[in-house]
Each structure stands twice: as C-alpha cells, then as structure tokens.
Design a protein around this ligand. Sequence first.
Ligand code: RVP
Length: 486
Amino acid sequence: SEKLRVPEALTFDDVLLRPRESRVEPDEADVSTQVSKNVELNIPILSAAMDTVTESGMAIGMAREGGLGVLHRSMDVDEVVAEIERVKRADELVIRRENVVTARPDQTVQEVDEMMEHEGVSGAPVVDEDDEVLGIISGTDIRPYLEVGEKDSVEEAMTDEVITVHEDVEAREALELMYEHKIERVPVVDDDGRLVGLVTMQGILARREHENAARDEDSKLLVGVAVGPFEQDRAQAVDEAGADVLFIDCAHAHNLNVIDSAREIKEEVEADVVVGNIGTEAAAEDVVDFADGVKVGIGPGSICTTRVVSGSGMPQITAVSEVADVASDYDVPVIADGGIRYSGDAAKAIAAGADAVMLGSYFAGTDEAPGRVITMNGKKYKQYRGMGSVGAMQSGGGERYLKDEQEDEEFVPEGVEAATPYKGSLASELHQLVGGIQSGMGYVGAETIPELKERARFVRVSQAGQTEGHPHDVMITDEAPNYSPG
Ligand code: RVP
C-alpha cells in the first residue's frame, strides 16, 4: 500500500560526521551564533525551560558562560518577572540608586558602622536630603573613631574629596580611576551631582571573570523566557520586564491555533519570538514568515514519552535538517531541542542545520539547576522531570501537554519523573560540551558555526559501527568528565 511506502528518518546514533580536510585547531574554532534574528550568543547552547532546569540561577550561569537560559513557565507571572530582574541585575556595572546603601552626614559613626555591617557593605556614599553626594565613608574612615568618639558624626569622619563618575561610565574607565586614587567604590552622579548609582571594584572584577558572557546593549545578562502559546498577558509582562527572547512553549506548534496566537504575540512584544516545537518542513513553512527563530524537537527528550504515548514524533537529525532547509532560506535561526546526551550529539545537531542546541538532562544535575542533591545507594543525584510528567503537571507546568477538557480529569502524561547524576558546576559541564563541539568543527574543517552547518556531511552508521564508536571490549576504570556509558 502507498501508506507503507514510508520515508526513513534518522537520529543522532544513526549518523556520524564525515572527517574532512581541515586547518582548524579546535580551540580556535569560533562558536558564536545567532539564537534568534536579533540575539547573538557566544556559545550555541541553551538550557531547557523546565522546572528542574532553568530558574534565575541557571539563567545567570548560562549567560555568564555565553549561552542562554530559558526560564520555565511553571510559576506565576509576578515570580517570573522577579526572576528576569534577578538575571538582569546580576552583573550590573552600576548598582542602581535604590540598591545603594547610603549614610547621612548627621548620623553617628557608630550608627553607620552597624548599618554597614547589617547591609553587608564596607562603605557608603554620604548624601544630603536632596541626594547630593557630600562624601563617602568606609570602614577605614570609621575605625579610628570607633575607638575614641563613637558619637562623632559621619560628617567629621567621612572623606569629603570624593571622586564621582557620570552615568555613562565604562568599566575600564571606572577601574582606572579606582586604581589611580586607591579607592574601591565610586558614586555615580547626574549633572546636578545627585547620586544615581555606585560602581564597585568588586563588581567590575566579578564581571571580568566572565568575558565571554552573553549581554544586552546595556551590558546586562541575556535571558530567555518560556510563555504558553495562549498566554498573551504573560508575554506582555515578561517583555516589559526585559526578556530578550520569548519562547512559545508548545509540544506541537504546528497546531494552527497555536500559530495564530504566536503571530499575535509577536506583533505585541519587543523581544524576539522563537516558535516551537516543530519537526517538519511543512511546520517550518507555516512559521518562518513571522518567527524570529524556530525550535525543533518532537519527542527526542530524555524524559519524554510523547512518541510512546501518542505514537507520533520525528527522529531528531531528520527533524532538524527538514526544518533547517526551510528556515535557512528565510534567515530564521534553528534551535535543536532535546535528545542530546553527548557533546558529539550537539555537533551533529548543528551539522544537520541547527544554529544552537537546547539541553535539559545535561544540565539538570548541576549546582545551578533548581532542587537539592539527593543521595541514593551512596550516589548523588538531582531530580529531573518532564514538564509533561504527572508531577510537573500537578504543580502547574504541564499546560504544554494538557488538553483543555483534561484539566480536572486524570492526566495523560507525556513525560516521566527521574533522577540524574549530580554533576557539580555548570561551567565545567559547558566546558566539555563546547569543547566537544569545537572538536567536531576541527574534524569537519569548520571555523565557525555557519561553516559547520555548511561543510558537514554525514555517514550512516550501522549497529556494528555504533558499538565500535563507544568504548568497547574494555572495562572503564576511571570516569571521563564527558563520557558515561549510555
Ligand atoms: P533532554 O535534553 O533530552 O533532557 O530534553 C529536554 C527537552 O525535552 C526540553 O527542552 C523539552 O523540549 C522536552 N521536554 C520537556 N518536558 C518534556 C516532557 O514531559 N515530555 N519534554
């Protein structure tokens, strides 16, 4: 029958990258990429919008390393707005006025000493009632007075020849000033000499550690946010709160009602809008005219049971390459979401046409993921669950997998709840992941992500080839940081 003349679809283990002539040294390969039309990342990696993967801690960690965290939507709108603000404030150069601890000239040194200790700061600008900066006081100024004249006023003890900077100060300039004058903090003032913020040495040095961070034009960390396809209000609110990319979060975005609604959201927000998930050429054709990015993945996720439960899905390498064939004609970036277990899978996803990859299980065991470490049989784990699992749906996150009429009834889950080995810091996981992608670029001879997409050719792998590709006929004695037997 016609129906049984079926096309083949491939996934990660079905293919390998064909080695090609190359002059590319892996550690020099450029992994920056476009995640959506207007947002660029320094590494092609996103963390999944799941309640056991991405909250502000993960989003901050991802952006500091050059990638993007996508906040999940299993929380109230107020909460997600607060989470966005946490990310945006994390590495700010200028601490804004409302967060600066200040002193008044008529306070006693003892009062100010207690206040600074309570607030956990070691110095404070001194301002009058109009917020004009009169001086600055630090532990060093106070110490001699604490011995002899605790009741003396701040005015007496403070340094009144105070160095200030203007709002548009650059990090380098501020740092030079601090070195030159041997000071650790500089008040930021407006044209009338009123306090608008504070720059600290500690803050600048912390930013320096993350040179590769993904930042917006105000130099704040980038953040992605998931919104339901019909959550116009949430979309508006997170857009206003400063989300850089909105992710329409749907298990089957080729549902035409979802596309209509996504199109409306796109018209109303300033942020880029990524539409997903899809897995076919036809779905891509229906969204590329308005989407700033598309996300691919129907059923590849490690905790996902969509394919078993529904009988539907698309093996990920074929899905990505079908979507990319369409999206690349419209310059719409493609994100491959789900199913990545090893760094090589990420390289394959990009080779198939993705501009970036999204992972859940890979990051769920890190310190930056929500949830605590649990110990079972002497081994450490963290919880990891599908957003379509019973647990996640009960706590409000599973709308993505929930049919309208189903709300009060028994759930039909499309995901499972699991535990994943505890892995320690996100930075070292990302180091392995990105390093593996760069190795792939070396084998293919690609200096950049677009070149990897362009130059990569696949070979088909047999079951024997698959076995050959993993460690075999040996007993592994020491764990590698980037390999555990799947
Ligand atoms: P993985 O990296 O293989 O753990 O997959 C993570 C992806 O799985 C998510 O980004 C999401 O697209 C998908 N997911 C999340 N929940 C579920 C589910 O319950 N079925 N699937």
